[in-house]
Structure formats: structure tokens, C-alpha cells
Design a protein around this ligand. Structure first.
Ligand SMILES: [Ca+2]
Ligand SMILES: [Ca+2]
Ligand SMILES: [Ca+2]
Length: 264
């Protein structure tokens, strides 16, 4: 979407406060872009390296930080890797759902109303480096997320893009749906079932290696994985804002409670 004029109007509002909390270091975030296409994205936001490291420093739930996003529309994607493997974490007190990684985008609550979000869903896929090459290539295994709302084949209907009611029936299992909160911890997952961003969380959309399916639609649960890919999930026309596009600002991988540092 075309948002530059919007964020410019209210930029001053977001420039206060300390960005992010918690123990995260750069090693907790995507460290390499393996491949990408900015097809259909906003041309001013076509640098895929923007998805590496932390989410944008100024992001608030009502005003995203578009200084650090990569944009891609229908047919576009980005594939990232990390300095350590993604592990399938079990539920723990700090991670009650057992989420394993979080994708941060530039969704926002217009006017701060948490019952409606500006969303541009992206489909999330997880890769296993089955051939041990360190990069996604022939011989690796890929799965996409399942158990999501809305369900259905891509492209998603246009009604799931732009301003969408997310209160009574939250959108779950897609990227670029939950806003980012720079006063939160990017290693604490948001609970997508309750409106707004969970206390202590930096928002974004959390995913679980238990929530996958193979190409035949069969449920898959992985113990570990190595790559995350996000594709734009639709091709909606958003009027003044142009064609829909998913934006990604960061991808964090969550730590086992026994992992006290982010060393790979
Ligand atoms: Ca898990
Ligand atoms: Ca490989
Ligand atoms: Ca977006």
C-alpha cells in the first residue's frame, strides 16, 4: 500500500520513548536474505535487507515504522535465514502457546482502535535444510502454515486486505496482520485470539512449527527448521492506496527457556 504521506503526518507522535525491551540481540533475528522478489510491492520499499535485524525502532500500534520494511505484492516474496536453527518450543510461562518465531510487518490499528486493523496478509512457509547446504535449494523440504483464519487457497478474497475487523474473529496464521509495538519485547509472542497486543509483547504475528502442512495438506510438526519465507497472499486493489502488498520489517526466532543468550 502507499502509506508515506500517512506516516509523515504523525511521525512526531512516534519519536518518543525507548525502543523495545527484553534480552534480544541481533542474533535473535533473521541474519541473511536467501532470495526475494519485490514484484508488486511499493517501489520505494524494495530493499530486502530491511527485513534483517530488529523491527523498525519507531513502530507503534497505531503508526507503523515504514523506515524499515521490505514490500512485495502478488507474486513477490522474501526468504530469510538465521544464525541458529528454529526450534519447536514447548509452552512455557513466558511463551504460553509455544510459539517459535514472529514475523513483524507494518499492520496498524487506524486511530488506535484495536478492533480494526489495516492488514495485508502474507503466507508464511518454513524450510528445512534437508541437504545441509546452509541455503535453500533443491533437496530441501518446505511447508506452509495451517490452522488459520481465514482459511482457503491463495489469493485470499479482497475483503481480507485493508481495514479488516479483527475483534470478534481475529485473523490468525498470517503475516503483516498484528501491529508492532516498540515498547514491547520482540521475543514475547502476541496472543492473536485477544484484541490488541498482549502485555509485554512487541506484537507481530507468531507462528509455531506445529502449525504446518505439506503440499498435500497433511498436518506437519517439525522439531527444527532453518528458513522462513513470506509471500503476499492476495492481489486486492485498495483504491487510493494502490495494490495490496505485504511488508516485512523483521523475523525473530524465540528462545528455549534454557537458552539464556542468543549465541548460535
Ligand atoms: Ca512450538
Ligand atoms: Ca539446502
Ligand atoms: Ca502492510
Amino acid at each position: 500500500m502507499r502509506w508515506a504521506w500517512l506516516s509523515g503526518v504523525v511521525l512526531g507522535v512516534t519519536s518518543w520513548g525507548t525502543a523495545y525491551t527484553g534480552p534480544a540481540t541481533s542474533l535473535d533475528f533473521a541474519s541473511v536474505v536467501h532470495d526475494f522478489s519485490s514484484l508488486g510491492g511499493q517501489s520505494a520499499y524494495a530493499d530486502p535487507s530491511k527485513v534483517l535485524g530488529w523491527p523498525g525502532p519507531l513502530a507503534s500500534p497505531a503508526v507503523p515504522d515504514n523506515s524499515k520494511v521490505f514490500s512485495f505484492g502478488w507474486g513477490g516474496w522474501v526468504t530469510v535465514g538465521f544464525s541458529r536453527a528454529l526450534l519447536n518450543l514447548a509452552p512455557s510461562p513466558s511463551n504460553p502457546s509455544g510459539a517459535d518465531f514472529i514475523v513483524f510487518g507494518n499492520a496498524f490499528y487506524p486511530g488506535g482502535n484495536i478492533l480494526t486493523a489495516w492488514i495485508e496478509p502474507g503466507q508464511v512457509e518454513v524450510g528445512v535444510d534437508a541437504n545441509g547446504s546452509g541455503v535453500p535449494d533443491a533437496g530441501d523440504l518446505w511447508y506452509r502454515t495451517r490452522r488459520r483464519h481465514p482459511e482457503g487457497a491463495l489469493p485470499l478474497p479482497n475483503s481480507w486486505f485493508g481495514n479488516v475487523a479483527v475483534g470478534a474473529q481475529p485473523v490468525v496464521g498470517w503475516a503483516d496482520v498484528t501491529p508492532v509495538q516498540n515498547q514491547g519485547d520482540p521475543l514475547v509472542p502476541d496472543d492473536p485470539r485477544s484484541p490488541g497486543i498482549s502485555a509485554g509483547s512487541a506484537g507481530g504475528d507468531a507462528f509455531d512449527l506445529d502449525w504446518l502442512q505439506d503440499a498435500q495438506g497433511r498436518p506437519v510438526s517439525l522439531k527444527r527448521a532453518h528458513f522462513v519465507r513470506i509471500r503476499h497472499a492476495g492481489q486486492a486493489s485498495l483504491g487510493f492506496f494502490g495494490q495490496s502488498s505485504t511488508e516485512v520489517s523483521a523475523v525473530s526466532i524465540l528462545r528455549s527457556p534454557s537458552l539464556t543468550s542468543a549465541q548460535p
